[in-house]
Design a protein around this ligand. Structure first.
Ligand SMILES: NC(=O)c1ccc[n+]([C@@H]2O[C@H](COP(=O)([O-])OP(=O)(O)OC[C@H]3O[C@@H](n4cnc5c(N)ncnc54)[C@H](O)[C@@H]3O)[C@@H](O)[C@H]2O)c1
Length: 354
């Protein structure tokens, strides 16, 4: 089966409850892929469904984990008529989606994302990536989920760091989208945010669904214009050039690195006179109110993180020769794709960065 570059229709991404999903799946032809923690929490909603467990977090995105998952495809006699259901965060949907794409040249793939990051971003858009040789997301494919099952109640069991991590992508989408979306997030953060981050356990499901819905609209809208990232889709990499390098260099959660990446990209834009001080401060304030880091100096007192991240910037997939396709935020709602010399970005990171 060929990978389907179409964006899922709105019907395929309605909000639902996990308990209602199993009835919509064929238990003889669906393999649930998850990790032990998520399976212990939510596996009971899928009685009778065959399942395979892969390691938690980034360890799921290794060649070893992929090989073990493909072994379980053999054990369960998965053939081309089967589908994989990824139940979990972005690392589960990345690996399960990639495995579904390469198995017998492509079998069906559905996702039930259980982290804010996966609901807002990782599980939609069809990109599935594995890490290799110490580099992040360098192996991958496009394989679009045929269905998304979105239950925001699963977010209640997330660790605060995981929830905050997802907010970084939600805020990224708000910056790309414009004033109304961004102001909604500011209002949400004022109500539920504080020094310790967001109190999402007391947040009504409707507010969580709004965050997810707005994010999905932005991401899927951009993906629809450019499914295979030849141009506009690059906008979704806002904060990711610095972010990926920092994530790998510092071993920090993806969203924390994206938050620092957005802070750095905005500060860089400000340093070039391309962003107003007031927009910069709004962006930094919103990230911080959601419990996200915005100051590299605060997490890198001896400068070693910057040095390591600088080396890794050279491996950025967005680099072409000496130039990086850099995503430059100018205003909330106005973001540009610009080719910037990698040396200039390195110098900003090492000398001026936030
Ligand atoms: N493919 C894409 O387009 C895309 C986009 C953004 C990020 N990503 C990738 O996503 C990965 C990060 O994913 P993530 O942040 O969703 O986390 P994750 O999948 O790495 O999971 C992190 C931890 O949260 C736990 N967890 C997940 N759901 C839970 C729940 N409901 N309750 C309690 N614990 C839960 C997991 O067991 C795991 O221990 C990164 O590898 C990143 O590169 C991919």
């Amino acid at each position: 089966m060929e990978s389907d570059p179409r964006v899922p229709s709105s019907d395929s991404r309605l909000f639902c409850r996990l308990a209602d999903i199993a009835g919509q799946l064929d238990p003889a032809k669906t393999l649930l892929v998850s990790d032990a923690r998520i399976h212990a929490l939510y596996g009971n909603h899928f009685p009778g469904l065959p399942y395979a467990l892969i390691p938690e977090g980034e360890a799921a995105k290794s060649m070893d984990a992929l090989a073990a998952l493909l072994d379980s495809f053999i054990r369960h006699k998965v053939d081309r008529s089967w589908s994989v259901l990824a139940l979990g965060g972005g690392s589960i949907s990345d690996t399960a989606g990639f495995a579904a794409h390469i198995w017998m040249r492509g079998i069906g793939f559905c996702a039930a994302p259980t982290t804010l990051l996966a609901l807002c971003d990782a599980a939609l858009g069809g990109k599935n990536s594995l890490d290799f040789g110490g580099y992040k997301n360098v192996i991958g494919s496009f394989h679009f989920p045929q269905r998304l099952f979105c239950d925001v109640e699963t977010l209640r069991s997330l660790e605060p760091v995981q929830f905050a991590s997802g907010m970084a992508e939600a805020i990224k989408h708000g910056i790309l989208d414009g004033e109304d979306h961004f102001a909604f997030l500011e209002d949400y953060a004022r109500r539920y945010g504080g020094e310790k981050g967001l109190d999402y356990s007391n947040c009504p499901a409707e507010a969580l669904e709004r965050i997810v819905f707005l994010s999905q609209q932005v991401k899927l809208g951009i993906v629809a214009q450019d499914p295979r990232e030849s141009d506009t889709r690059r906008l979704l990499n806002l904060g990711h050039s610095f972010g990926h390098a920092l994530e790998l260099a510092g071993g920090m959660p993806h969203g924390y690195a994206v938050s620092l990446g957005i802070a750095l990209a905005s500060s860089y834009a400000r340093s070039k006179g391309r962003m107003s001080e007031s927009d910069l401060q709004r962006i930094l304030r919103l990230l911080a109110r959601c419990g996200l880091p915005v100051s590299l100096a605060a997490v890198d007192s001896d400068g070693s993180l910057r040095m390591k991240a600088a080396e890794l910037l050279f491996m950025d997939k967005k680099r072409v020769g000496d130039l990086v396709h850099f995503i430059l935020p100018e205003r909330i709602g106005t973001v540009k794709i610009e080719k910037i010399p990698v040396e200039e970005l390195l110098s900003f990171l090492l000398k001026d960065g936030a």
